[in-house]
Design a protein around this ligand. Structure first.
Ligand code: PLP
Length: 476
């Protein structure tokens, strides 16, 4: 088995050969791979073989239009030639160097991100790299605990997701991710997020945003609400962790007045604002950082995923100087063998350059508006679509029971995802599949994160395929 050359499954001769190879691999997987990741959320895991642009292909060469792009890690399209070339250039020059030494790409990337943040937020800061989003979240936890003289308590949102390491899952709202493992650190206090579609009836989106802030602010009215010592003027909590647009929570876009109001309360009580841009950063919403839509300045910003277009697990934090200067965050405060690795930083540097050269602010806004208009038309046609919304190319379709277009219909969405993976939807006389992702408080939201490079033609195709899918699964 091990001396067999690694070839593309699609190159194996016949459909029978490919089916036999698939069976062999799945049997090995069932025997030797841990089931602890998310592969076995589905009963029949799918094997993919190659990818390009907005499409990913299975071992039979069947094309799937990807509407989730590796959970928004591949913003610039699969196998992006420019980014692949940057990777190859680095591979041929300096692919490896221990993280205690310097290389040009790390320095330039940190400077690029920090100078950009200074332009946007008016504050000098520094960048620290790590691998993977959750690890960067861990670093941010160290940073804010250190800056607040060891306070270990955090606020975070209901519906928030920050990763699955022990520290990150303590500030992630789902108990499901903690249940088996007990508590290593303090879990966050989870605060209501203005999820308007499921909020109280009779309130506008803006009124509901203000209502949520008021509820939070109430905690500081008296020492008996458990978070604030009015005599000392001190809060027991170090920071508030936010996703400006909730990702795993179901691509929920709060009203524009929400974060400015929240920030006012945080500033008043000395609570740091940590903005998690891991999923919504890098122009997913039409701005480099999604928090820019709200005109609010973060104290710490966390990023990952699309920084390298998913070519390399590189993540990081930006923090304002007071929190991360070498006196308060000295050498050795945190370390990973692979942090700031040269392959990742080289690709990220090229991706940042691309983001400056191309007008993603305009193209993502335009394509997002076009896609949103299309899913609004689908909502008008299909009673199973309860709510649609979008900011840039972060779009949501909330699937509900058709009798009221409101009761969450999780089983229906699960079926949709499975049916989409059959690869037998039809567009222009050809068969296609769809790659969809599910999120939301009730796991009934299709969260759409197409490539930012998706064409208008591919958006038309996505809409036609979704239309077919909705017709196929809708109860009659
Ligand atoms: C907002 C947010 N934070 C943190 C993470 C964790 O990142 P990773 O999966 O790279 O550890 C994710 C991943 O989906 C995310 O969406």
């Amino acid at each position: 088995m091990l001396d067999r050359p690694l070839i593309s499954l699609a190159d194996t001769d016949t459909a029978e050969d490919r089916a036999a190879e698939r069976t062999r691999l799945l049997a090995l997987e069932a025997e030797y791979c841990s089931f602890g990741d998310t592969v076995h959320y589905t009963e029949t895991p799918k094997i993919f073989d190659r990818c390009e642009g907005s499409f990913i292909y299975d071992d039979d060469g069947q094309a799937f239009l990807d509407l989730q792009m590796w959970y928004s890690a591949v913003n610039f399209g699969y196998a992006n030639p420019r980014l692949n070339e940057a990777m190859v250039r680095q591979l041929n020059r300096l692919p490896q160097v221990a993280s205690q030494y310097l290389h040009r790409e790390k320095i330039e990337l940190a400077a690029d991100i920090a100078m950009g943040a200074q332009e946007r937020f008016g504050r000098k800061g520094r960048v620290h790299f790590n691998v993977g989003g959750a690890q960067a979240v861990e670093d941010s936890l160290k940073l804010v605990r250190n800056a607040s003289a060891g306070k270990s308590l955090m606020f975070a949102f209901e519906g928030g997701y920050h990763g699955r390491t022990l520290g990150a899952s303590a500030i992630t709202s789902s108990y499901r991710y903690r249940r088996r493992f007990g508590h290593f650190g303090d879990r966050a206090q989870f605060i209501e997020f203005p999820y308007h579609f499921r909020g109280p009836r009779g309130m506008s989106k803006e009124e509901y945003g203000l209502h949520c802030v008021k509820q939070f602010e109430r905690l500081f009215e008296s020492e008996y609400n458990g978070v604030w010592d009015p005599k000392a003027g001190k809060c027991e909590y170090a920071a508030f962790y936010v996703e400006p647009i909730q990702g795993t929570g179901g691509y929920i876009i709060p009203p524009m007045n929400f974060f400015p109001e929240l920030k006012r309360v945080l500033d008043k009580h000395g609570i740091l604002l940590v903005v998690d841009e891991i999923q919504m950063g890098f122009y997913r919403t039409g701005k480099l950082w999604s928090i820019e839509h709200f005109g609010v300045e973060p104290d710490v910003l966390v990023f990952g995923k699309a920084l390298t277009n998913g070519l390399n697990p590189l993540s990081g934090i930006w923090a304002r100087e007071e929190l991360i200067n070498p006196t308060v965050f000295p050498p050795g405060s945190t370390h990973s063998t692979f942090n700031a690795n040269p392959l990742g930083t080289a690709v990220a540097l090229e991706a940042m350059k691309m983001m400056r050269e191309e007008d993603f602010a305009t193209s993502v806004k335009d394509k997002g508006a076009y896609f949103l208009a299309g899913i609004q038309a689908l909502k008008a046609k299909h009673a199973i679509v309860g709510d649609v919304d979008g900011l840039g190319l972060a779009l949501r379709i909330e699937i509900c029971e058709p009798h009221d277009s409101y009761t969450p219909a999780k089983a229906l969405v699960d079926r949709m995802v499975d049916e989409a993976l059959l690869g037998d939807l039809v567009y222009g006389g050809e068969r296609f599949g769809l790659i969809l992702d599910i999120g939301g408080y009730y796991k009934n939201v299709i969260t759409l994160a197409p490539a930012l490079t998706i064409s208008h033609g591919e958006i038309d195709m996505a809409l036609a395929l979704l239309d077919q899918l909705f017709l196929r699964v809708a109860p009659r």
